[in-house]
Design a protein. Structure first.
Length: 224
């Protein structure tokens, strides 16, 4: 069963889930405020509004909600909804890392975010090898998004040696776990013959699986 974090990452959140998140956020629930910030940031179930996203992230971060601290750092790092400020970004990232370090042994999502911090040098000295190691540990804990990130890096040679065959293998591992982003990308691997023998039947099968979960890009492709 996908978590709310998964549904937001995949863009498959339902209107009912959104209403529930909004209601909990209004009551001051910090994780719901973080989720709502993600929804406004990405335009999931609402019109995209980066200022509102920052506001909800800020409310959650004031209560030390870990992912909200990470995303506030991200917004200041790249100037999304706020003026770019690398010093402020580092302050939020550093605080996020403190909490992620405490949570990661029992929380796969925290391990996943800690992996991203090390991979990109957010709040820590950049260490790509450690990032890869943490992605693997997050994947072992059941985080398919970690496998997906590893696959992306392998496919495009981001931070690691490019290997389209290993990328396809990683996509398949995440796809089998039900990750629709991975199902979509695995379908493209079969469609384009990249890392897999070209096979339009298998491409269609994996594309349909992603579409059945409401993954927007796959739905669009199926109905194209």
């Amino acid at each position: 069963m996908p978590t709310l974090e998964d549904s937001i990452n995949w863009g498959t959140l339902t209107a009912q889930q959104f209403e529930s998140i909004s209601s909990m956020a209004d009551k001051g629930h910090s994780t719901s405020q973080y989720y709502l910030g993600r929804c406004y940031f990405n335009g999931i179930c609402v019109n995209k509004d980066r200022l509102k996203a920052i506001s909800y992230y800020g409310e959650a971060a004031a209560k030390d909600q870990t992912q909200a601290l990470y995303y506030l750092g991200f917004c200041y790092q790249y100037g999304f909804g706020v003026s770019k400020n690398l010093v402020t970004a580092d302050e939020y990232f550093s605080k996020a890392v403190e909490w992620l370090e405490k949570e990661c042994e029992t929380n796969a999502i925290s391990m996943y975010y800690l992996a991203m911090c090390y991979t990109y040098g957010f709040g820590v000295v950049r260490d790509v090898d450690k990032g890869v190691e943490l992605y693997k540990r997050a994947a072992e804990m059941g985080c398919s998004q970690a496998l997906y990130n590893m696959a992306l890096d392998k496919q495009f040679g981001n931070n690691v040696a490019k290997d389209v065959f290993e990328a396809a293998d990683l996509y398949e591992k995440a796809a089998v776990q039900g990750n629709p982003q991975a199902q979509f990308n695995l379908a493209l691997c079969y469609q384009d013959g990249e890392g897999r023998p070209q096979d339009y039947v298998k491409a269609r099968e994996w594309m349909q699986k992603a579409a059945d979960q409401g993954f927007p890009a796959a739905v669009k492709q199926i109905h194209h």
